[in-house]
Design a protein around this ligand. Structure first.
Ligand code: T1G
Length: 706
């Protein structure tokens, strides 16, 4: 065999043991070795049955995603799975860990599936812009029915073993030693003399309720707006009940290959690797020692503090929640309890787990309670004076190895670090509201933050279920700094005569989760005004700069929280156009002698907002605030609703062509003037365009130079 696959026979049972760390991805050499081992077992009269298992932390987590940009090499996974299913001797899969994608498809082509109780199974291909392409859309419906298969495949969720057993994906769940359980099962199957092949089954007709497919596609067109793969997945599952198995496999393969070549899938695969690359910092060696984080503290029990505390509790970490006043502390503790209770009511959490987590939460008045914790995150009022006072005390109260993090979104981490006796321990952890929901975590590295503290905080971010990205110290870090330019351009067009609804619908139709005007109403026009006002020296001295937002603030139209902003919100959440807002903006435009434009096309809205966003991203790379273009893509897809199927602002720019982007700047400069440099492309953007390079190549060069 090969070092990737071990083969042994004991008492008539052949064991094919895959060992391709870290996740037993089914790369071509692994597939080749599995096929050879299966053939050897099939041809050996001394072998009565076969068990397929994996070493390490998980049964195969799928095909090797890194192979997808190259032509498929035989044996392809679909062909291998068909070969295994056709085997004349019983084949048993022994599952553990996260058995996903092609790994589960391999298991479903086996004749019996045993799983360790802690196993989770799933078909997450839609998150890569794909459908299960090795029989999953044809075999899963035959095991669990059409409706359940639609839910499982279009969500791509990880299904716990007991639920998978109830659904019918698994045949047996065991407490321990899944390999021995599989061997015992193999002997039983030999004794039974019957082989159950998934492909021989039919889809349970009771699961084909009227319109199950069309209704699913209608829901997905809203819930997964703009994504092709979920729609294709429903079509493929329908084939399982409308065409013969062999034909369904062929149609699935054709559809899978089409999606694999699509820009949407390339964009989503780009983000898959970008999120993992973001944790690798060129000047921080992979073997940098990490600090042990077993206990945590949160300073501030407001909305953000409570949300952060929930993140930590949900990662099974004990939390000391600190406030300066008892009533504020009580409100924070209550907020946390209510949120966990709501998760229980919604079936997201069982009550026992909730109780265990709440038992790990303690409230305290005064920072002294944080003397022994390993990780402290400060989420107090956004004032440098307040934060400096807290960090001065933390520096002397906390133990010398404690990570001292601040959740500030606008203040200079270096200035905060400077007041502590050990600035090497101070770091930024910028959570996004609601902190227990939003995935993005910007980790802000101060000038003096030690490498161990950076590496440990990035790792902790993943541990608490966040998508971390590293930023340097600068106004707005990465995400909010880019939001400034994106919002500026959107509001310039409001002054020129576009309505908030037109601006937002153009960007939302393109794929943004929420348009910039609605975002400002959600975040609070007062909050964004205050941030602008506190940083005027960093912003262009342009009398038109975000005037619409300034007006909303001046008029007390803060957005959702006051029921009115760019829109009106009769029910407090659902936006409705508001002529009064438009009148206010038009009056300001007249006063500022802004030329009204007869038409502003949706395309112009897209081009101006996206070019402003991309240019700032390039500038942040030039300034060293962002390490990689792919980090910027992670920030904007995980934290700002940029459509994953477009890969992030920088991936999207590459797909358009940087020369085209630079050309747009020349056009806009001619049409709108360039007094404030809005249409001066960043040097990096110009240089890459000139050398016909992409941001992806820029990243690769960076990696090479690391
Ligand atoms: N292929 C290649 N590399 C993979 C991989 C995969 N399928 N899964 C993980 N890795 C790498 C990852 O890049 C990282 O590398 C390391 O393994 C650890 O991953 C035909 C077409 C399994 C839940 O979508 O969800 O099968 O950064 O940091 O947090 O129908 O990895 O160390 O160099 O994520 O413990 C379908 C994707 C593929 C599963 C583990 N399968 N993986 O999470 O570790 S398409 C998936 C995950 C397919 C078939 C179709 C997670 C995990 P590096 P990690 P983790």
């Amino acid at each position: 065999m090969s070092t990737l696959v071990d083969y042994s026979v004991d008492d008539g049972i052949a064991v094919i043991f895959i060992n391709n760390p870290p996740v037993n991805a089914l790369s071509q050499p692994v597939r080749q070795a599995i096929k050879e081992a299966t053939m050897a077992a099939g041809g050996d009269d001394g072998v009565t049955a076969i068990v397929i298992a994996c070493a390490g932390r998980t049964f195969s987590a799928g095909a090797d995603i890194r192979e997808f940009d190259a032509p498929v090499k035989d044996p392809s996974l679909p062909i291998l799975n068909d070969f295994i299913e056709a085997c004349a001797k019983p084949v048993v899969a022994a599952l553990h860990g996260t058995t996903l994608g092609g790994g589960l498809e391999l298991a479903m082509s086996c004749h019996y599936r045993v799983a360790l109780k802690s196993t989770r199974v799933g078909l997450p291909e839609v998150h890569l812009g794909l459908i299960p392409g090795a029989g999953g859309t044809q075999r899963l419906p035959r095991l669990i029915g059409a409706a359940a298969a639609i839910e499982a495949i279009t969500t791509g969720r990880h299904i716990p073993a007991n639920e998978a057993m109830d659904l019918g994906v698994l045949d047996e769940v065991v407490e321990d030693d899944v390999l021995q359980a599989a061997v015992r099962a193999a002997h039983r199957l030999v004794g039974d003399g019957v082989i159950s092949r998934t492909g021989d089954r039919d889809v349970d007709l009771e699961t084909l309720q009227d319109g199950v497919f069309s209704k699913a596609k209608a829901k997905l067109s809203k819930r997964r707006r703009g994504f092709d793969a979920p729609q294709a997945a429903v079509d493929a599952i329908e084939w399982a009940s409308t065409v013969p198995f062999s034909q369904g496999l062929l149609k699935e393969r054709e559809c899978s290959n089409t999606l694999k070549a699509s820009l949407q899938s390339k964009a989503q695969r780009h983000l898959f690797f970008a999120e993992r690359l973001a944790l690798k910092i060129p000047d921080i060696p992979k073997d940098t020692p990490l600090l042990d984080v077993a206990t945590t503290g949160v300073v501030g029990a407001g909305t953000m503090g409570a949300g952060i505390a929930i993140c930590l509790l949900n990662a099974d970490l004990p939390v000391v929640l600190v406030e300066s006043k008892q009533d504020a502390l009580d409100r924070g503790l209550e907020r946390i309890r209510k949120t966990l209770d709501r998760d229980v009511d919604r079936g997201r959490l069982d009550s026992e787990t909730r109780d265990v987590r709440l038992a790990r939460l303690t409230g305290a008045i005064g920072l002294e309670a944080l003397g022994t914790v390993d990780f402290v995150v400060e989420a107090a009022f956004e004032s440098m004076e307040v934060k400096k006072k807290i960090f001065t005390e933390l520096g002397s109260i906390c133990k010398s190895t404690a990570i001292l993090a601040t959740n500030t979104s606008t203040l200079n981490i270096n200035d905060i670090a400077a007041v502590t006796c050990s600035p090497d321990r101070v770091i930024g952890t910028h959570f996004f509201s609601p902190a227990n929901v939003m995935k993005l975590l910007e980790v802000v590295r101060g000038d003096k933050t030690a490498k161990t503290f950076v590496a440990t905080t990035l790792k902790l971010g993943r541990r608490i279920g966040k998508t971390p990205a590293l930023s340097g110290v600068g106004y707005g870090f990465i995400g909010n700094r880019m939001l400034e330019d994106y919002v500026r351009e959107s509001q310039m067009m409001l002054l020129e005569g576009a309505s908030p609804a037109q601006v937002d619908s153009a960007l939302e139709a393109w794929g943004m989760a929420m348009g910039p005007c609605a975002v400002m109403d959600l975040a609070g026009q007062d909050v964004s005004f205050l941030t602008r006002d506190q940083n005027r020296e960093l912003l262009p001295n342009d009398p038109l700069y975000c005037v619409p937002g300034d007006i909303m603030n001046a008029e007390g139209r803060f957005g959702q929280k006051t029921g009115k902003g760019f829109y009106q919100y009769p029910d407090g959440r659902t936006r409705q156009n508001d002529p009064d807002a438009i009148d206010l903006i038009n009056a300001a435009a007249t006063k500022l002698s802004v030329k009204k434009r007869v038409t502003i096309t949706d395309q112009e809205i897209l081009d101006r907002c996206l070019c402003a966003l991309i240019n700032r991203g390039a500038q942040l790379l030039d300034d060293g605030i962002a390490l990689r273009a792919s980090d910027i893509d992670v920030v904007w897809s995980a934290g700002y609703g940029f459509p994953a199927y477009r890969g992030g602002p920088m991936f999207y720019a590459d797909s358009v062509g940087l020369d085209v982007i630079v050309q747009s700047f020349e056009t806009f400069a001619k049409e709108f003037g360039n007094d404030y440099g809005y249409w001066t492309p960043a040097p990096l953007l110009v240089n890459l365009a000139k050398s016909s390079k992409t941001f992806a190549e820029y990243d690769a060069d960076q990696k090479g130079s690391a």
